[in-house]
Design a binder for this molecule. Structure first.
Ligand code: SF4
Length: 347
């Protein structure tokens, strides 16, 4: 049975010789035990970063102020659900499931399927809403035809400076591909909004009901973002802590952890990860088979092998997006081949 330290000095006795981990434990202890915070929310995903974060938070939470929640997107690996049970037993805590505003399957059915990335899906969705015909015309001409669709047309026409992520050219040959192969299904990133983003806002706004009657509102939110993970999620933040005027501050205990710090921590405190990593060999967890994943083909193989029911489900939900992505990838290969042949001939 794990036991908690009574003081930061006691906690540091077992800390490995690693400055980042030591500094971080001191900071986590002071944030979590600060008299400013009465109710703390910590969202657990079942992923490997979340496992390390949970261990830190649990060790520092000497007065049990932290409520743990898990956002159930409606498309989770059984291995993740099993791991959450394991964590509940290991730490003797309850991880409260919190349902999506709209589960992923119904979001995708209503609004469309995710394709390539959040941003690409957002712009395609806007163009589709205006019945765009995937035309290769100048921005000014298209603005006259589709006057209420400016930012998506700017993306389509590469109006922003070169290299901007607000240009379609950021995804090589995507424009050429879409002109030759207009999408015949709805594309959207709304599943992220209703299964993740808005859910996190909702829980902070409304709190959660515990023990069937006790409505808890939170004054500190803890999430497992690491700067080293890169991407929009991590680069949106500058440090591990923000004070806000919404009544709920944000703390990211893992923010400064590099991969090597994470490994040191896992070894020192015997942190074990879910079967998604240890059995299935996945590099990430989260929504099963999300088409945004670069390695979604590998993920599909894994899902088929280990979670066949889920394999059927993800193909029903995202099947058209998988197919369209495959065709886009083939198109890119052909275009590269053509470019190579052309360059050879010009030598
Ligand atoms: S990560 Fe993928 S599957 Fe999950 S909510 Fe976002 S777009 Fe949808």
């Amino acid at each position: 049975m794990l036991s908690k330290a009574n003081s930061i000095e006691e906690l540091l006795e077992s800390c490995p010789k690693n400055q980042t981990i030591g500094d971080n434990l001191v900071r986590a202890w002071s944030k979590i035990n600060s008299s400013k915070y009465k109710n703390i929310l910590c969202s657990i995903s079942g992923g490997s970063d979340s496992d390390v974060m949970l261990d830190i938070v649990w060790r520092c939470d000497k007065d049990n102020k932290v409520t743990y929640v898990w956002f159930d997107t409606g498309l989770e690996y059984q291995a993740t659900k099993d791991h959450l049970k394991y964590l509940e037993e290991k730490y003797n805590i309850e991880i409260h499931p919190y349902k999506a505003i709209k589960p992923i399957p119904s979001s995708c059915k209503t609004y469309g399927q995710p394709f390539i990335s959040k941003q690409v899906s957002e712009f395609i969705q806007r163009l589709q809403a205006h019945n765009f015909k995937w035309e290769d015309e100048d921005f000014d001409i298209l603005m006259k035809r589709y006057p209420k669709c400016k930012s998506a047309l700017e993306w389509w026409c590469n109006v922003k400076g070169s290299g901007s992520s607000f240009n379609i050219s950021r995804n090589k040959y995507l424009k050429e591909f879409m002109i030759a192969n207009p999408p015949t299904f709805k594309i959207s990133n709304k599943c992220c909004k209703y299964a993740k983003k808005d859910v996190a806002h909702k829980i902070l706004r409304e709190g959660i009901i515990l023990c069937d009657y006790y409505n808890v509102k939170f004054d500190l939110q803890i999430i497992g973002i690491r700067k080293a993970e890169g991407g929009a999620r991590a680069t949106a933040y500058k440090s591990c802590f923000d004070e806000t005027d919404t009544g709920c501050d944000n703390y990211r205990p893992l923010f400064w952890y590099r991969d090597s710090d994470k490994i040191d921590y896992e070894r020192a405190y015997f942190v074990e990860h879910s079967g998604c990593y240890t059995e299935y060999g996945l590099k990430r967890t989260g929504c099963a088979g999300c088409p945004f994943g670069r390695d979604f083909e590998y993920e599909l193989e894994v899902i088929q092998k280990y979670e066949p029911k889920l394999f059927k489900a993800v193909n029903n939900i995202f099947g058209e997006s998988y197919e369209y992505t495959r065709r886009y990838r083939d198109f890119c290969k052909q275009m590269k081949e053509k470019e190579r042949n052309h360059n050879e001939m010009c030598k």
